[in-house]
Design a protein around this ligand. Structure first.
Ligand SMILES: [Zn+2]
Length: 184
């Protein structure tokens, strides 16, 4: 399990470097999404360490607020770029970043699905299915890069907005889960 986290961390680092170079808002949204997913694992860890349900809930709310704020930043950037389309730099590294995002998430999905089936853990299987969807989201970055290369600069912010909407949906679900009090 830990090496699948290492793969995701390496992917995030690579995607950050490519985002700084390319300024793709679709990649920014994908990065925030993956970062948000990683953050949602923290409240569980805190609850485990402190054996405190209240600590877990408080950490959970902090994470949801952090993800919501990041999603807002991504959304504002995407809308700004929609109004002022910009040519993207480094399209080939951008395509590679999307492919790496897909591969990293797909790898994590396979590890979790296999372990989940073996351990009869519905939570782990759900985690694996989530990672598989995230892989498809990362492919959105590849589509954005291809469309921009084909002369459609607005494809990048449009996909950025689509990914932002997905982050907001996940944020809302996380909020409801914490309020209901059963984070697992
Ligand atoms: Zn996700």
């Amino acid at each position: 399990m830990s090496w699948s986290l290492a793969v995701l961390a390496a992917t995030a680092l690579l995607q950050t470097i490519v985002f700084v170079a390319s300024r793709s808002v679709a990649l920014l949204a994908d990065l925030i999404h993956n970062g948000g997913d990683a953050l949602t694992a923290i409240p569980l860890g805190i609850a485990f360490l402190l054996r405190s349900e209240r600590g877990e809930r408080r950490a959970g709310y902090a994470v949801v607020v952090a993800i919501f704020a990041s999603a807002t930043v991504a959304g504002i950037q995407a809308i700004d770029r929609l109004i002022h389309p910009q040519r993207l730099n480094y399209l080939v590294p951008l395509v590679l970043a999307g492919i790496f995002g897909f591969a990293g998430n797909e790898l994590a999905a396979r590890v979790r699905l296999r372990a989940g089936t073996r351990l009869h853990s519905p939570a782990l299987v759900a985690d694996g299915q989530h990672a598989r969807v995230d892989g498809v989201v990362s492919l959105g970055v590849v589509i954005a890069a291809a469309a921009v290369a084909a002369g459609l600069p607005r494809a990048d912010p449009i996909l950025g907005l689509a990914i932002t909407a997905l982050i907001l949906r996940i944020t809302l679900q996380a909020w409801r889960t914490i309020r209901a009090g059963n984070i697992d």
